[in-house]
Design a protein around this ligand. Structure first.
Ligand code: ZN
Ligand code: CA
Ligand code: ZN
Length: 488
C-alpha cells in the first residue's frame, strides 16, 4: 500500500524552509545538527518503521546510533535527495514531518501481490464519503483523478455502484481494518494497495484531513491521482516532479504526470505479453490484448468535435455509442458510466452503427452493418439477426441511424440521403419508401450519424452537432453540441 504526502508550504504544520517540491534540491553543506530531542527520535523511528522497513526493537528501545537505524536514515535521505549523513538533521526531520502517502518508499518484502491488473478495463466504487466536500464533488474529483491515468495509458475506468469493484475508494479514520491505521491530522494522508484480489487496489483516504477541491487543505484530486498510481501498481518515485513522489504537492497548473510517470504506467500496461506477475482473473475473454485493437478507446467526452455512431434509450438510461466505446447516462442519476461496449455487453465486440428503443417492448435494437442485436433489460438476446428482417432490399447492407417514433409506431432508418419507415405494429415496411431525407425533414440535408426520439422531438446527430427537430411542425428548432449530451 502507499500513501502520499504533501508539500511543505501549504500545511498547517510547523514546517520551515522552502517547499521541497521545488525543482532544485541543494543539500545544505552546513546544516546544523539539531539537538535531537526525544520527540524527534520518536518521529524518525515511526517514520522509518512505516516507510523504510526499519524493524521494531523487541524491547521497544529507540537508539539513534544503532547501525540499522543509521542505515535507514541514509536510505531515506538518499531517496529524497538529501545529504546522506545518517543523522537526524533539520532537513531530514522536516521531510519526515511532511504530509505524505502512507505507502512505503521501499518494497515490503511481504508484499508478493501482483504488480499489475491483467486487464485494461478497471472498475471502481466509492464507499464511505468524506463530509468535507459534497458527494458530487468527491465523485467528480475521483473521476478526474482516474482520467489522469486513463489519458496517459490504454486503461479505462468504469464506476460501479454495486460495492463490488477492483478499486474500492473510502474515507476512513484511525484503525480501519487493514493493519495500517491512519494517524489523525497531518502525517499520512492516504494509502492504496497494489493490484490484486480482495483488498488489492483499494484506496483509503484519512478523513482526519481536510479534503478540498482547491489549494487549501489537501487537494483530493492530486492525492487521489497519486494513490490510484499505486492501485495500478506504481511505486514511489524519487523525482520531485513526478506525481508518484511520496510527499504531498499542492495542485500545479502544469501536467500532473511527469514523463517518468507516463513511461512507468505504459511500461506496466504495455500491450499484454507474458507478465510473470499477472493477476489471473476472468479468463473467459480478453479482446483487449493489444491497444491497437481498440483505436479511439480513450475518447474525451468533452471534446468539441465529439461525434456519436448511435444514440438510444435503453431502459432508464441513454446509450451513446462511438466506435467500440460506450457512454451510459442515467436519466435520473447524474453520473455517466463509460468503457468499451464489450464491458457492458460481452457479446458485442463491434461498433454500433445505429440503435433504437421501443418502449412498449422494453427492447433496444442495435445495428452493426447488416446485422442487428436485440437487447432486453441489459441482456443481449441470442445471436444477431440480418437486417433483411425489416424488409430491406438486399442492397441495403448498413444503416447510418435509426429512431423509433412512439407516437406513430414507426421506426425510421436513415441511409445516406434517404430513409425508410417501418410499421412496428404490422411489422412491414411502409409503402413508397425510401424517400429523400431533405424533402421530409426540411433543414436536415446531410448524412445523419445518429438519431434519438424524445417527447415529439427527433434529435439528429450530424457530426459534432445535434439538430433538435420538431416532428409535428417539421422544423429544426435548435442546434447544440453533441458533447453537451454528456454533460459538457
Ligand atoms: Zn504513494
Ligand atoms: Ca493523517
Ligand atoms: Zn487503509
Amino acid at each position: 500500500m502507499h500513501a502520499m504526502l504533501l508539500s511543505c508550504c501549504v500545511l498547517g504544520l510547523t514546517m520551515l524552509g522552502p517547499c521541497f517540491t521545488a525543482p532544485t534540491f541543494i543539500p545544505e553543506e552546513d546544516s546544523t545538527p539539531t539537538p535531537e530531542p526525544q520527540v524527534d527520535l520518536k518521529l524518525a523511528t515511526d517514520y522509518l518503521q512505516q516507510y523504510y522497513n526499519l524493524q521494531k526493537d523487541p524491547l521497544g528501545r529507540m537508539k539513534r546510533s544503532g547501525p540499522s537505524f543509521v542505515s535507514k536514515v541514509k536510505d531515506m535521505q538518499i531517496f529524497f535527495g538529501l545529504n546522506a549523513t545518517g543523522e537526524l538533521n533539520s532537513d531530514t526531520l522536516e521531510m519526515m514531518g511532511s504530509p505524505r502517502c502512507g505507502v512505503p518508499d521501499v518494497e515490503e518484502y511481504s508484499n508478493n501481490q501482483g504488480t499489475r491488473w491483467n486487464k485494461n478495463v478497471i472498475t471502481y466504487s466509492i464507499g464511505r464519503y468524506t463530509r468535507d466536500l459534497p458527494r458530487s464533488t468527491v465523485d467528480s474529483l475521483i473521476e478526474s483523478a482516474f482520467s489522469v491515468w486513463a489519458r496517459a495509458s490504454g486503461l479505462t475506468f468504469v464506476r460501479s455502484h454495486s460495492g463490488n469493484a477492483d478499486i474500492m475508494v473510502e474515507f476512513v479514520t484511525h484503525a480501519h481494518g487493514d493493519l495500517h491505521p491512519f494517524d489523525g491530522p497531518g502525517g499520512t494522508l492516504a494509502h492504496a494497495f497494489g493490484p490484486g484480489l480482495g483488498v488489492g487496489g483499494d484506496t483509503h483516504f484519512d478523513d482526519s484531513e481536510r479534503w478540498t477541491a482547491g489549494g487549501t487543505g489537501f487537494n483530493l484530486f492530486v492525492v487521489a491521482a497519486h494513490e490510484f498510481g499505486h492501485a495500478l501498481g506504481l511505486k514511489h518515485s524519487r523525482n520531485p516532479e513526478s506525481l508518484m513522489y511520496p510527499t504531498y504537492k499542492s495542485p500545479h497548473p502544469t501536467n500532473l504526470l511527469s514523463l517518468e510517470d507516463v513511461a512507468n504506467i505504459n511500461a506496466l500496461y504495455s500491450p499484454v505479453g507474458v507478465h510473470p506477475n499477472h493477476i489471473l482473473r476472468g479468463s473467459q475473454y480478453n479482446p483487449w490484448l493489444s491497444r491497437s485493437l481498440f483505436p479511439g478507446l480513450m475518447q474525451d467526452r468533452c471534446a468539441p468535435d465529439l461525434t456519436f455512431d448511435a444514440v438510444s434509450t435503453l431502459g432508464d438510461a441513454t446509450f451513446f455509442f462511438k466506435e467500440r466505446y460506450l457512454w451510459i447516462k442515467h436519466n435520473r442519476q447524474n453520473d455517466i458510466k463509460e468503457g468499451p461496449i464489450v464491458n457492458f455487453m460481452p457479446k458485442i465486440e463491434t461498433s454500433i452503427d445505429a440503435a433504437f428503443w421501443i418502449p412498449r417492448r422494453s427492447t433496444a435494437y442495435l445495428i452493426h452493418e447488416s446485422m442487428f442485436w436485440t437487447v432486453k433489460g441489459s441482456v443481449v438476446k441470442g445471436k444477431p439477426r440480418p437486417l433483411s428482417h425489416f424488409g430491406f432490399p438486399a442492397w441495403v447492407q448498413d444503416v447510418d441511424a435509426a429512431v423509433h417514433i412512439v407516437k406513430t409506431g414507426r421506426t425510421l432508418f436513415f441511409i445516406h440521403d434517404v430513409y425508410w419507415s417501418f410499421n412496428e405494429n404490422r411489422k412491414v415496411m411502409d409503402f413508397g419508401y425510401p424517400k429523400y431525407i431533405s424533402e421530409d425533414f426540411p433543414g436536415v440535408n446531410t448524412m445523419i450519424n445518429a438519431a434519438f426520439y424524445k417527447d415529439n422531438f427527433i434529435y439528429f446527430f450530424v457530426g459534432p452537432q445535434v439538430y433538435k427537430y420538431n416532428y409535428t411542425q417539421k422544423l429544426v428548432v435548435g442546434v447544440e453540441n453533441a458533447s453537451s449530451w454528456l454533460g459538457c
